[in-house]
Design a protein around this ligand. Sequence first.
Ligand code: FES
Ligand code: FES
Length: 177
Amino acid sequence: MAVRRIKLNGKEVRADYQSVVSGTAESSEQLLHWLREQHGQIGPKFGCGISQCGACTVLVDGAITRSCVTQVHTVVERAEVRTLDGLSKKNDHPLQKAFVELQAGQCGFCLNGMVMGVLGWLEERMRNRNRTVPTQAEIKDFLSGGADRSKPNYLCRCGTHYRIVAAVEKAAKEMLR
Ligand code: FES
Ligand code: FES
C-alpha cells in the first residue's frame, strides 16, 4: 500500500510511501523530515541524525522513537504519532510548565527530546500501573540512557541538568496526582 493513514497529534493525515524517484520502491524519507517539512512540526529537531542525541524524539503508538532514523514507510497504518507541537493547546502540559517555571534548559533545541522522551517514559510507567513518582536517581538514569548504556540518552550541554531533573520530578508529581 503506497498511501497510509496516520494519526498525527489526533488528526488523520496521509503518508505516501512511494519513492518520488522510482515511483514504486518504498521511500527512504525519514519520519523527522516528513514531520517537519510536510506537516510543519517544529518540535522535533535535527541534531545528530544518527540516534545519539534525542533531539528528534517523537512517540509512535506510545513508543519513544528517534524520528531521524525511522523511515516513514515503517510507520504502520493508523499509527498514532505525537510530537511536542501537539502536546497541549496553550503549552500548558505539566512537563512544559515545569520546564519553563524551573528554567530547565538554555538553548531549547534539545528540550523536545527530553520532554517527549520523559512523556513516553512516564506514560509507559502508568500503563504498567506504576504510579509512583520516579526518584531523582531514576530520572537521571532515564535521561542518561541507563548505567549499561543500552537505552537511548538525551544530550544537553547547557549545564542545567539539575533543573531538568527537578522539572521532570515536578511534572511527574502533577501527572501522577
Ligand atoms: S537527531 Fe535523532 S537522535 Fe539526534
Ligand atoms: S537545552 Fe539545549 S543544551 Fe541544554
